[in-house]
Design a protein around this ligand. Structure first.
Ligand code: ZN
Ligand code: ZN
Length: 284
């Protein structure tokens, strides 16, 4: 691989979480987009890695799969996302945490179904689970069940204050990881953590001061190049990454048809990629 020409998209979802395409199809699209490296970063799960690994490499020799995931956390009462790479998901502490996050998603979805029943909307847990299939269950699946039952005209209408939007009548909050703990767990499992899209949206804006705090406890990088971050935000984040000695990464956050196919639309430079790999801790 000529590293000077390398193209790496370090933020991609499959149907193992809320993307629309199975992992194998995501790898096919990554190869077609001419990528040298693609990171599969499904929410809170590594369930897509085996299928992706059987395709990237064996079928597409020029494509390397970087195993990863995207973790949801909460800092000072606000949610944020973290990308983790190259960790060993079987390490007991990390694996217990992932189980806890997934169990909570099920408990939470069931609690929302119960609240909906109290509001006269009769969707069953079985219906929601069937819609989710192999994917990690979430609000989009409840929204589809609500539309199927005729309670609302389209899934989008579920995301209002009347129903399951944040703070809505049938909303139930979720367990969220403390980012400091997440960084520690990933490091202890031999991986590195990058703060995802710190300035992408109103709900997930992470301040300079918060980023400085996370850098002090072992954060390895900042996702600078993301479709939802403006040129001005990128410039600010790039300067911050430089000041704090964090790797400036990029990724498309492709979710298949859900986001419009955009795999490879944002990338990480060859130098930044090598820098990220050099920060992988050596485990005793
Ligand atoms: Zn995210
Ligand atoms: Zn994402």
């Amino acid at each position: 691989m000529r590293t000077d020409l390398m193209r790496a998209d370090l933020h991609v979802h499959s149907s193992a979480s809320d993307g629309t395409d199975p992992p194998a199809e995501v790898m096919r699209r990554a190869a077609q987009a001419g990528l040298d490296v693609v990171a599969l970063t499904d929410h809170d799960t590594v369930a897509g890695h085996a299928e992706a690994g059987a395709v990237a490499g064996p079928l597409y020799p020029s494509l390397a799969l970087l195993p990863g995931m995207e973790l949801s956390g909460r800092l000072d009462g606000r949610s944020l996302h973290m990308l983790a790479y190259l960790f060993d998901a079987d390490r007991p502490e990390l694996s217990a945490e992932l189980t806890r996050i997934r169990d909570d998603r099920v408990l939470r979805a069931r609690a929302m179904v119960d609240k909906l029943a109290g509001l006269g909307v009769h969707v069953s847990w079985e219906q929601v689970a069937a819609i989710a299939g192999q994917a990690v269950v979430g609000r989009p699946h409840i929204a589809r069940a609500m539309a199927d039952s005729g309670a609302i005209a389209s899934p989008r209408e579920a995301f209002t204050h009347d129903w399951i939007a944040d703070g809505g009548r049938a909303y139930v909050g979720r367990y969220a990881l403390d980012p400091v703990r997440a960084i520690g767990l990933v490091r202890a499992a031999g991986g590195v953590t990058v703060l995802a899209h710190p300035r992408a949206g109103r709900d997930t804006r992470v301040t300079d001061e918060q980023i400085t705090r996370l850098a002090a406890v072992g954060l390895a990088g900042l996702e600078v190049f993301h479709p939802d971050q403006s040129g001005a935000e990128r410039a600010r984040l790039l300067a911050l990454a430089h000041d704090l000695d964090l790797v400036a990464t990029g990724g498309s956050d492709d979710h298949g048809s859900l986001t419009g196919y955009r795999l490879g639309g944002e990338t990480t430079s060859a130098g930044a990629y090598q820098d990220l790999l050099s920060r992988v801790p050596r485990l005793a």
